[in-house]
Design a binder for this molecule. Structure first.
Ligand code: ADP
Ligand code: MG
Length: 264
């Protein structure tokens, strides 16, 4: 069973192909990391998967039904999205932002759960202490954790996150992915855009490498995260080493200025 499936997805913007023939699936209980260089099309693909970007070709199925055939309200009960750039949410406190995640459940029996869901999400994202703070006054990392809490509060079976760890310190990066892993083990499906390939190696069940709008590789981290593939896709030599039973991806660096190639 797939929770979410993109088939042959293409996106053209002003005649330029941004995505081309992309097939991606994610199952309940699975964490899929979406990786690839800047401009590869990761955010665009996440937009297509969430229904915010209409593909020029191909289709997306969510919960066994064409995305386009879900009403907006139903969509918001099936999938939650944490965008790369969050709106500034002027005038809203953190707890208000998190509570917005409950709006799809308004006037449903699940609304009885709102207080519990908000408190649990804030606890897991470690923003309980920020509850009364105004969202725009938070640091980038605190804003990202508040947006993560909002996504968790929505309690949907599918989670889509665009670079949720980009602004986080090392402890909060690990904590966020640990929470996601637990949520996925409890039955959710998650697609997470990550730049840190070692984080992807440690937490993802499957890694999809996107390059120039196409899927270059898709499989378990150990199959996909190889030095050869990553060096080619990123245009920089990369080593993949094993450490404490996990793969760690490190860029090859010159030891001195004399050894370093001139940057382009
Ligand atoms: P990624 O998230 O992998 O860095 P994006 O999906 O944001 O990449 O963008 C893929 C490519 O599409 C980039 O070259 C970007 O400049 C281009 N692109 C995305 N959205 C638009 C748009 N609305 N208009 C023009 N170009 C766009
Ligand atoms: Mg992006």
């Amino acid at each position: 069973m797939t929770a979410l499936a993109a088939r042959g997805v293409g996106v053209l913007i002003e005649g330029t192909p941004i995505l081309d023939g992309v097939d991606v699936t994610v199952r309940p209980g699975e964490l899929l990391a979406l990786v690839g260089p800047n401009g590869a099309g990761k955010s665009t693909l996440l937009g297509v998967l969430s229904g915010d970007v209409a593909p020029s070709s191909g289709s997306v199925e969510l919960g066994g039904r064409a995305l386009a055939r879900h009403a907006a309200r139903d969509l918001a009960r099936l999938r939650a999205v944490q965008l790369q750039k969050q709106g500034l949410a002027f005038g809203f406190r953190v707890q208000d932002v998190v509570r917005m995640g409950r709006s799809p459940w308004h006037r449903t029996p699940q609304a009885d759960d709102d207080d519990r869901a908000v408190a649990s999400a804030m606890d897991r994202a470690e923003v309980t202490e920020l509850a009364e703070r105004l969202f725009p006054t938070l640091s980038g990392g605190e804003q990202a954790r508040s947006s993560f809490a909002r996504l968790l509060a929505q309690e949907t079976p599918v989670l889509l996150l665009d670079e949720p760890t980009a602004a986080l310190d090392i402890r909060h990066q690990e904590a966020l992915l640990e929470v996601l892993r637990r949520t996925v083990r409890a039955g959710a499906a998650a697609v997470v855009v990550l730049h840190d390939l070692s984080l992807a190696a440690a937490y993802a069940d499957r890694v999809c490498v996107l390059a120039e709008g196409r899927v270059r590789a898709d499989g378990p981290p150990a199959d996909v995260l190889t030095g050869d593939l990553l060096s080619e896709v990123y245009g920089h030599p990369v080593d993949v080493v094993e450490h404490a039973g996990r793969l760690v991806v490190v860029p090859v660096r010159a030891r001195s200025l004399e050894e370093a190639p001139c940057p382009r």
